[in-house]
Design a protein around this ligand. Structure first.
Ligand code: ZN
Length: 126
């Protein structure tokens, strides 16, 4: 369905785990889809690359720039709404973006398009 994002259970588990482990810092990564078009892989971006000015992010420092479809990052607060800096980051990292907010359970993951509009997110069938 257009405007719908599918995430595998393994990718979801990884994201929640990484977000909890990084808290209260933000966890940042790039997303990759599998052959079925499901978000299945998370490529972690070193914290040092993730500055306050996302539009200047140097993706040449990221070892896996090919084939990613979007980004994931965590918010240490209860809001998963993208900030203005997030939108700038979205524009340089792909089409599908996930934000996971505190307390990092399944319902804390939200998907957005590059324009910041929320997309429906569902779990892949096993
Ligand atoms: Zn953010």
């Amino acid at each position: 369905m257009p405007g719908e994002v599918t995430l595998t259970r393994a990718a979801l588990d990884f994201i929640l785990h990484a977000a909890r482990n990084t808290y209260p810092e933000e966890f940042v990564g790039l997303l990759r889809k599998n052959k079925r078009g499901e978000i299945a892989e998370v490529l972690v971006i070193p914290q040092a690359v993730y500055g306050t000015n996302f539009s200047s992010i140097n993706l040449y420092n990221v070892p896996y720039t090919s084939g990613h479809c979007g980004s994931i990052h965590s918010h240490p607060g209860m809001s998963a709404r993208p900030s203005r800096g997030d939108l700038a980051f979205f524009r340089v990292t792909g089409e599908v973006h996930l934000i996971v907010c505190y307390p990092y359970d399944e319902n804390c993951v939200h998907a957005y398009g590059t324009d910041g509009k929320e997309l429906a997110l569902k779990l892949a069938e096993p």
